[in-house]
Ligand binder design. Structure first.
Ligand SMILES: NC(=O)c1ccc[n+]([C@@H]2O[C@H](COP(=O)([O-])OP(=O)(O)OC[C@H]3O[C@@H](n4cnc5c(N)ncnc54)[C@H](OP(=O)(O)O)[C@@H]3O)[C@@H](O)[C@H]2O)c1
Length: 254
């Protein structure tokens, strides 16, 4: 596996902590050269140092078109192409105070959520992913075996959440949950555009993982939360496109 993937070049956005950092670690362990995307270069450099050889920190703020263009230009100059793009960066809210998930849900319903809050979340989780996709697509087209893995969540599944008995039904709101629904829609648009090309697109959910995103209320480790992302990221040229899965290859309804 290591030799096979030796020269693959991957960009993981938001790789300075949480699931992204763990995914970067495991891709490097599988012989892939990983660009550790981080909106703050120093945090990216610290993460790259922690991972060790086979990584380079790359400043990329997915809400900043200048930083995305500079990152794409860096990859073009250094490598000429990109094999794997993991769109992992996301936020769950913009609050500086420490509200529990339950408290936050109460003030984030359709009737009372701040529109500025919703816009900020969508800017990162939806438009950020689309912007990175557009900038990296020419580089992905330069790969003979390109794959895009968009990190979404079951909380964005309309099919699951429309069911009153669904696991996240009660907390479905316009902010984070609906941003993941919109990300799923963006991913479908990417899949449709790339049909008939060699570029594969997959949607993955880590599951409820103990990270900064949820104030460390998640119930599983980052190692467990990263497993499906890594499994899908390592699929070869004959691996499937158009899937939405959680560990281990369990389909999530869109
Ligand atoms: N944790 C869960 O339970 C769970 C469940 C389902 C899906 N997910 C998804 O898994 C992915 C990773 O989340 P996580 O749980 O690992 O959260 P996390 O630990 O909070 O990591 C999120 C990462 O995204 C980065 N980020 C945020 N805004 C950014 C921007 N504008 N530009 C670039 N990077 C930005 C963060 O950077 P900073 O360090 O600078 O803030 C951080 O590196 C997300 O897509 C999330 O929606 C998580």
């Amino acid at each position: 596996m290591a030799n096979e993937n030796q020269k693959r070049i991957a960009l993981v956005t938001g790789a300075n902590q949480g699931v992204g950092l763990q995914v970067a670690k495991e891709l490097v362990a599988n012989g892939i050269t990983v660009l550790v995307g981080s909106r703050n270069l120093e945090r990216g450099e610290a993460a790259a140092k922690e991972i060790g050889a086979g990584t380079t920190a790359l400043q990329i703020d997915v809400t900043d078109s200048g930083s995305i263009a500079a990152a794409a230009e860096y990859i073009r100059k250094e490598f000429g192409h990109l094999d794997l793009l993991v769109n992992n960066a996301a936020i769950s809210n913009t609050r500086k105070d420490k509200l529990s998930l339950e408290e936050y849900h109460k003030i984030s319903r359709a009737g009372n959520v701040s529109l500025d809050e919703v816009r900020a979340i969508w800017e990162t989780n939806v438009f950020g992913v689309l912007a990175v996709y557009q900038a990296m697509l020419p580089l992905l087209r330069g790969s003979s075996d390109a794959r895009i893995v968009n990190v979404s969540s079951g909380v964005g599944s309309l099919a699951l959440n429309a069911d009153p008995a669904g696991p996240y039904h009660k907390s479905f709101g316009p902010g984070y949950s609906a941003s993941k629904t919109a990300l799923n829609a963006m991913t479908l648009a990417m899949m449709v555009e790339l049909e008939g090309t060699g570029i594969k697109v997959n949607l993955v959910s880590p599951g409820f993982t103990k990270t900064n995103l949820n104030g460390y209320e998640g119930t599983q480790s980052v190692e467990d939360g990263s497993r499906e992302v890594v499994r899908v990221a390592l699929l070869g040229p004959d691996g499937p496109t158009g899937t939405f899965t959680r560990w281990e290859n369990a389909t999530i309804p869109w």
